[in-house]
Design a protein around this ligand. Structure first.
Ligand code: IMP
Ligand code: MG
Length: 332
């Protein structure tokens, strides 16, 4: 797998955390670089415990994995330090000198803005922090005394590891349809979320990437405002077992059936080479806990084949339950 980018195919919350934790343990991943910011939570089940991580990379489940926070990301210092404690990764986590900092005022600005409220932002201050960075007045990680023990050059570490053939994972956050460039503007986040942007934030050039793994959930969810094709009522979502609440903010997630056209477009813009489909057991309950493709029902197999046909990439990983190891792995 040498250098793999994990990217979200829809509006985030596709189950990237679960796929990352599986790969971290299985490959194993030696370096995991987190991009984006504190607005995104990655849910990981590990040793029977649930983690919703906003800053620490999902690769933490593999004890030897070096965890890095990219130069392009925005760091909430308090959240970072709390999660480092929670996951006990103090001696193997690093932050790039040039990652920028979210301050209290950014979150206050996010929450006070009627415009941002109308977009249904997470209120974590990411948009205002990025504005500050663009004005060239932002604080950077290297300006914060508490972060001193963690500072490193993430691009140097990551590219050196790639050149040595180590397994490196670039962890995208959110999803393509929340991209500032390619999403449902203005109902988007403050950054590009595509695979190219993930590389750019980490400081890894496109020629260094071997795989782009897009994560698609078997149904679609969206938090916040903005269009959602074929949206179900909350009652219908509950009836189908598709009703979720956001790992970060606790808000209701709106739900809709899988959308093949959106999947095709997202695969194209991400340049995805393979796909992971998560939560198959939520649309085909009999598949819960399945470990092989053969044991799936005819309908479930047809659903996967249709995704492959429409996106023209193979579905290599299929999620059949919440645990990191509830997965059908079809990679050679
Ligand atoms: P912001 O990123 O907090 O500015 O919010 C902008 C939009 O992106 C809102 O619709 C949020 O609900 C959505 N959003 C931001 N981060 C995530 C995420 O990690 N998962 C799902 N939606 C997100
Ligand atoms: Mg999430």
């Amino acid at each position: 797998m040498p250098c793999t980018v994990i990217t979200g195919g829809f509006w985030g919350d596709e189950g990237k955390g679960k796929i990352i934790s599986y790969l971290a343990l299985k490959e194993p991943i030696e370096i995991c670089v987190r991009t984006g910011s504190v607005n995104a939570a990655h849910t990981i089940w590990y040793n029977g415990k649930r983690y919703a991580l906003h800053m620490v990379p999902g690769g933490f489940v593999h004890e030897k994995c070096r965890l890095l926070v990219a130069a392009g990301s925005n760091v909430d210092v308090k959240q970072f330090l709390e999660e480092v404690e929670l996951t006990s990764v103090k001696n193997r986590v690093g932050i790039d000198y040039q990652a920028s900092i979210i301050e209290e005022k950014h979150s206050a600005q996010d929450k006070a803005s009627a415009h941002l409220k109308g977009l249904g932002t997470t209120g974590r201050g990411v948009g205002p922090a990025i504005e500050e960075r663009v004005r060239r007045t932002a604080k950077l990680a290297k300006d914060i005394p508490e972060l001193k023990p963690y500072l490193t050059d993430v691009a140097e570490e990551t590219n050196t590891a790639i050149d040595k053939g180590k397994n490196v994972l670039l962890e995208g956050t959110q999803g393509l349809l929340l991209s500032l460039f390619h999403g449902t503007y203005p109902y988007v986040t403050g950054r590009d979320t595509s695979a190219s942007a993930i590389c750019s934030e980490a400081g890894v050039g496109p020629t260094k990437v071997d795989n782009v793994l897009i994560v698609l959930k078997a149904f679609i969810t969206r938090v916040g405002t903005g269009p959602l094709p074929d949206e179900l009522t909350k009652e219908e979502a509950i009836k189908r077992g598709w009703f979720e609440t956001a790992a970060g903010t606790g808000r209701d997630r709106r739900a809709a059936p899988f959308n093949f056209e959106l999947a095709r477009k997202s695969v194209m813009i991400n340049g995805a080479t393979q796909a992971a489909v998560t939560k198959l057991d939520c649309i085909y309950p009999e598949s819960k806990g399945s470990k092989t493709f053969e044991e799936l029902s005819k309908e479930a197999k047809q659903f996967i084949s249709k995704i492959e046909k429409q996106t023209r990439i193979p579905v290599t990983l299929i999620g059949t339950g919440p645990d990191a190891l509830d997965i059908i792995d079809r990679r050679k």
